[in-house]
Unconditional design. Sequence first.
Length: 241
Amino acid sequence: MSKTLFITGTGTDVGKTYVTALILKKLRELQNLAAYYKAAMSGNNRAPDGTLIPGDALYVKKISGIQQPTEKMCPYVYETAVSPHLAARLEGNPVDPDVILRDFDLLCRQYDYVVAEGSGGILCPLRFDKQELYLEDFIKAENLSCIIVADAGLGTINSVVLTAEYMKSRGIRARGIIFNHFEPDNQMHKDNLYMCEHLTGLKVIACVKNGDPNLEISAEALMNLFCESNRKRESYDLVSL
């Protein structure tokens, strides 16, 4: 049975995609068959033939070296650089919960490890029209445990604690924090690490410096972050959650 992990962040552009790529790179180097998944991806460019290029997926594949086909990484790719729910509405292509769950479960049948990356922060809406769909609906449907990625700099105490408290209040399991853009000699960064651990009860499991080619975490610690996938669902219905 596949092992899964969800990567969320304290907001947009904190480094979720880079950290996700480093996790997948380490899994591959440990001889594991690993896959990447992102339910909805906005702010993408078009190829000369007019097709949309899933930028985050291509980036992850390049950094991690995984061989997964790019077209199996993200079912909903949007051009407009806004939240997926708004991009979907503007482009007339709403996220279908059946599709995102089906595609994720298919990867779980084909790969030993599947790392799912969120869009934006934990509260990001995937759809908001006649139906409301949020990242947490997907997380709960798949019974995923999560890692919080945060920028190590100014303001991170507030954003990390608010993210962790929201997840706790919604019954979402956070396994730890990864700091990005971490400077080992920066007193504020070191204090942010201590304060975030103290205020959330979560451990900072890794710190990523600018340009780090690898994630500094042991193989055992990395494997312990993953949980077995939950594929007992007979129907794909997120409305009841």
